[in-house]
Design a binder for this molecule. Sequence first.
Ligand SMILES: [Zn+2]
Length: 109
Amino acid sequence: MCYFEQTRWPCGYWKWGNFREQCEKEYRTGETCGLKLVYSWQPAQGMCKICEQKCKKERRIYKMMNDISRWQREGNRRATIEKTMQDVNDIQCQINELLATHVERERTL
Ligand SMILES: [Zn+2]
């Protein structure tokens, strides 16, 4: 077991930081035994990278939905609307994947 620093975000996401202390089992210099333990942790400011990406994608969806309702009012834009709906679906799938990664990370703390 080797000790590492850890960074934690308010949302529950975390990542490993610098290596701090080697365990007795591991004698190779500069190597770690693979089992990481928390040495100490620091709170991170703002959003984690996953929440940031999720936010950006949600803003894109919001904008696309606005476009769609404008096109629906204007009429005659059926193909564009269908294409954009497809994009909205794709981005929604990406958001779901991000959320799953986030939840997975929160669980493994
Ligand atoms: Zn997050």
